[in-house]
Design a protein around this ligand. Structure first.
Ligand code: AMP
Length: 252
């Protein structure tokens, strides 16, 4: 596996390229995306970039888990060909001033509690799509609204990329894998299990009841990209967790 840091060093004109955009701290969720990309493309590129533009002020940008060496090992084992891990200035050089303005879809749910989040997500994805020029890009169902925003952008801006959404990978106890789970103490992790249990009811009222002891941002039924999901965001201590379960539409 090659680690590449400069846009100009990326290979061009390959047969088929699969891109997995990530912020690192790899877990089985990321590895499932790498595996799908490996299966469906000649070349697999994983990007590792903790994108400041998708963090609102006061969020966990500064303490977001970073371990590039460990990630590089896991990516290589998963068959990733290129780890694109640029420094901040490679993607946001001095004078950077252009952003993707996500509409209504970007203001609901996560967008309400993380203002500017999807503007940052859409912008970095569009940049990565233009830099890597993938045929397919891989996203996780765990961030269902993110996947829907990216699909909307691909359609609205006429991008020639297939967006593949892979199922949420969970720990044995049901908690969706997330890089942010590393923040949880043992007690907090126990408390966090209320989230998958609540969503498993597939009923917003019951779910709200099961989440009454947590600090809930939202528990809502939402239509995202033709799929009806029960989605929730909760705070356990200082850690904010999101998860969703498919109610109707193609199950992932
Ligand atoms: P992140 O590094 O957290 O930005 O995530 C990178 C990609 O992995 C995103 O498309 C996420 O939706 C996906 N992802 C994160 N957690 C999971 C999970 N538990 N199962 C499947 N995909 C995931």
């Amino acid at each position: 596996m090659k680690v590449i840091r400069r846009i100009a060093d990326l290979p061009q004109g390959l047969e088929s390229v699969g891109l997995v955009p990530t912020m690192g701290a790899f877990h089985e969720g990321h590895l499932s995306l790498f595996a799908a990309a490996r299966e469906e493309n000649d070349m697999v590129v994983a990007s590792l970039f903790v994108n400041p533009a998708q963090f609102a002020p006061g969020e966990d940008l500064g303490r977001y888990p970073r371990d590039e060496q460990h990630d590089a090992r896991l990516a290589e084992e998963a068959g990733v060909d290129i780890l694109f891990a640029p420094p901040l200035k490679e993607l946001y050089p001095k004078g950077y001033d252009t952003w993707v303005d996500v509409g209504e879809l970007g203001r609901r749910l996560e967008g309400e509690f993380r203002p500017g989040h999807f503007r940052g997500v859409a912008t970095i994805c569009l940049k990565l799509f233009n830099i890597v020029r993938p045929d397919r890009a891989y996203f996780g169902q765990k961030d269902a609204q993110q996947a829907a925003v990216v699909k909307r952008m691909v359609s609205d801006l006429n991008l020639d990329i297939e967006i593949r959404v892979l199922p949420t990978v969970r720990d044995n106890d049901g908690l969706a894998l997330s890089s942010r789970n590393a923040y949880l103490s043992a007690d907090e992790r126990e408390a966090a299990l209320a989230l998958p249990r609540a969503l498993a009811t597939k009923d917003p009222e019951q779910a709200r009841g099961l989440l009454r002891d947590l600090d809930v941002d939202y528990v809502e039924v939402a239509d995202l990209d033709g799929q009806r999901v029960l989605a929730a965001a909760v705070r356990v201590g200082k850690t904010r967790l999101i998860d969703n379960i498919v109610l109707e539409g193609e199950p992932k």
